[in-house]
Ligand binder design. Sequence first.
Ligand SMILES: [Zn+2]
Length: 488
Amino acid sequence: MMTLKKLFLALSFLLLVLTGCSHERKSPLAAYAPAMKPAFEAELAGLAYMPRYDVTLNISPDQGWLQGKALVTYQHSAPGEWHSLYFRLYPNLKRYGGSLNVLDTEVDGNPVIAVYEADRSALRVPLAAPLPSGKRVSVYFSYTLRWPQNRPGYTEFGESQDITMLPEAYPMLAVPEPNTEGDPQWHLDMPANWGDVLFSESSLYQVTATLPADMVVATGGAEITRTVSGPSATWRWVSGPSREFTLIMSPHFITATEEAYGTEVTSYFLPEDESVGSRLAGYAAAVLRVYSDHLVPYPFRHYSIVEAPLTFHGMEYPGMNAMGIGLYRGYRSGLEFLTVHEIGHQWWYNMVGNDQINHPWLDEGLTEFNTVLYYEAIYGKAAAERLVRRRWMAPYENLKSRGLDATLEQPTTAYTRANYETLAYAKGALFFHALREKLGPGKYDRALRAYLDRYRWKIATPSGLLKAIADSTGYDPKPLYDKWVLGR
Ligand SMILES: [Zn+2]
């Protein structure tokens, strides 16, 4: 018979063993779990291959600058031995008008001399020793970043109307195009003045930012802590798989929240735009539900939709979308459609990535056309058909009649400001419309789910899309592709 004391000792020992085990089992990826819905936390265990960013920012919004530190851990999983890594410094693009200045660079703790390339929008980091396939490397940067302030009109980077936009405010790994041997071809394309700038791999983020305590900060991550110390506060966020980490802030933001299948939806807006700002939280929750039903569930615990100095435009970020101030105040008829479009990018951009410079129609066409899933679900079939005619068929027919038709399979730089949206968005949407007409709604959803499954957190290509459709439905989409995407 066991004495009470022995029983206590045995239980204590058992407890020690159990907690010891669970401690050992705790993977470094567990740090990102708060960003994921409980049903998707387990997915993190399979994402150890992803780049990890640990970014610390000391931000002075009034001065328009920050001091940053970024530790980037990269696993080289392609073939061949590499001699350098390339990073993009997007703030240095003329289009952004910022200035990211790298002060120190270290590789695995040893100082190296990094070299600016591509008009300072890229940085080559030499590796002290060749990096064999399968090995990890960590690169540390300290840097300063300045951004334009008081900008009039459309501001995708910097401060305008008391709102500060900080996308890609740190050195970001460029995307390698693997070679069978030796160094890869790194994507260092310069974007056009229209279309998106970013091409990146899904990564995991931990971001710490110190700011004035009265600032309201929106991100696509999960806030872990906020510590106020005198006039400043330090925030800490983590993300799930994300192609970037963006901060949008204003001392004036107020918020409204909704819930969608376990995701907390937060709308951030200026006080004078409260009625539209609260309405957006409702639209966003509805869109997340409809797309989760048709495609695959939105996996994150948080989603933010944020008023931003983007005139009548919207912009996608992982776990977050920005909506132009003009949409809250003037062009309200476009508000709901643009909300549906932008949120679609959580699937076609963040979940399934693609080269947005060289195949811009791939995510834009899908994002644009899949808005019919929402319009059918909320307003019925006739409303969705009206959308197809008015939003895509009519503008495309008009463009064609003016002799401006062109192939979709070209880089954004080969489009013009005049034809970009009608081609990449409207004609792109019409390709997916033709595909859905051919397959029927059920098979169409199945094809998209196959595509999502194959390229989840990866980078898709047009040929990958065609193969996913053919493999999952038995229908070869090549003739439709030749007509709508390659044709002119
Ligand atoms: Zn878009």
